[in-house]
Design a protein around this ligand. Structure first.
Ligand code: 5GP
Ligand code: MN
Length: 340
């Protein structure tokens, strides 16, 4: 990593005892992995870090070292407010806009504390004193690994740090297959494995531990898929009743959107998931090649992310969301439409 950024980290961290580390709403493997990786590193350096998440995280991540120490704002709002008030520095990881932390947003916006951002998404907002944003990185966990290497060398890596960072990199790269996976990513992963990470066990804990409900829900998502071959597009949807009937638990739909891209000739895939209690439709978008789902999500679904993986939301019913999507899709005829 850039030595100028490293010295900024050193000077900001050195003067701070109580640090808060925050990930995005609906935290995924990278949000949890990068936050806990940094947590163990800061503990080692003698700080007093606390990890806060806006809401709960999936069951299949509930073995990650240190995960029991995480404060959940949805359930521990008062405690989180206190921790923030007594903090010297707030590190936000794996997101780049304060709108990504749900109901925690106003507390952060009103806070006069110093912020640090570590993130790999596109178009970062300007809220941090130190913004370390690198869209070429596979994951925020990889960035934390680079920070540790630059600071202490790999000798400073503990098994707890390595296990968390490996999990974050593995989940954000689709097990090292997405285009953002680089030679550098593999060098980091090699160092993590060399430090004793039980990579095969991690893979099993995350992917081979599925409930029957999740498997049934996947069946519904595949069954509901609409394939617009001419438009190189496939989308699917899950209604609240699909979720209820399959005993939905947080994280169960993770990865479903990728199935559309497994179809021959499809380069744009989406999943629309109803959330009745929030009265929204949550949308995940994926692409291959240079079709930017970040732009699509930003322009039409109040979201964002990366070129090939993004998310967003729609306020309204499922059929309104689908209509909205189909109407706007037409404008991408030059990018997507193909006949032969
Ligand atoms: P997923 O579809 O797996 O929820 O998210 C894909 C990517 O898009 C992730 O990097 C995630 O952080 C980002 N993302 C998901 N939802 C949103 C959203 O509502 N707004 C923004 N800006 N990014 C999102
Ligand atoms: Mn990430």
């Amino acid at each position: 990593m850039d030595t100028a950024i490293l010295s900024q980290f050193k000077s900001l961290f050195t003067g701070s005892k109580n640090l808060v580390i925050i990930g995005h709403k609906n935290p995924d493997g990278d949000a949890i992995g990068s936050a806990l990786g940094l947590y163990w590193f800061l503990l080692e350096l003698g700080h007093k870090p606390t990890v806060v998440m806006p809401n709960d995280f999936p069951e299949f991540l509930k073995w990650m070292p240190g995960c029991n120490e995480i404060l959940n704002f949805e359930q521990q709002a008062d405690q989180v407010a206190q921790v923030l008030e007594h903090s010297d520095l707030i590190c936000t990881l794996d997101f780049n806009d304060l709108s990504r932390v749900g109901d925690l947003e106003s507390l952060l916006r009103d806070s006069a504390k110093t912020f640090v951002m570590i993130d790999h998404h596109q178009q970062p907002s300007d809220y941090a004193t130190l913004t370390w944003s690198d869209t070429s990185m596979s994951s925020t966990s990889e960035m934390v690994a680079h920070l540790i290497e630059a600071w202490t060398g790999w000798a400073g890596l503990s098994p707890a740090m390595a296990t968390n960072l490996y999990t974050g990199i593995m989940t954000d790269t689709g097990s090292f297959k997405f285009p953002a996976t680089t030679a550098k990513t593999h060098q980091v992963v090699a160092a993590l494995i060399a430090s004793g990470v039980e990579h095969s066990k991690i893979h099993q804990a995350v992917y081979d531990n599925q409930s029957p409900g999740r498997m049934k829900l996947l069946g519904r998502a595949l069954n509901n898929m609409v394939i617009k071959q001419d438009w190189q597009t496939a989308y699917t949807m899950l209604s609240q009743s699909d979720l209820d009937q399959c005993d939905f638990k947080k994280g169960d739909t993770e990865g479903f959107v990728n199935y559309g891209l497994q179809l021959e000739g499809i380069k744009f895939a989406l999943i629309f998931i109803e959330n009745k209690s929030e009265q929204i439709i949550k949308i995940s978008l994926r692409s291959t090649g240079d079709f930017s789902v970040n732009d699509f999500a930003r322009n039409h679904f109040n979201g964002g992310g990366h070129i090939n993986a993004a998310g967003g939301r729609f306020e309204g019913t499922m059929s309104e969301a689908i209509d909205h999507f189909l109407i706007h899709l037409i404008a991408y005829k030059n990018d997507l439409y193909e006949t032969d």
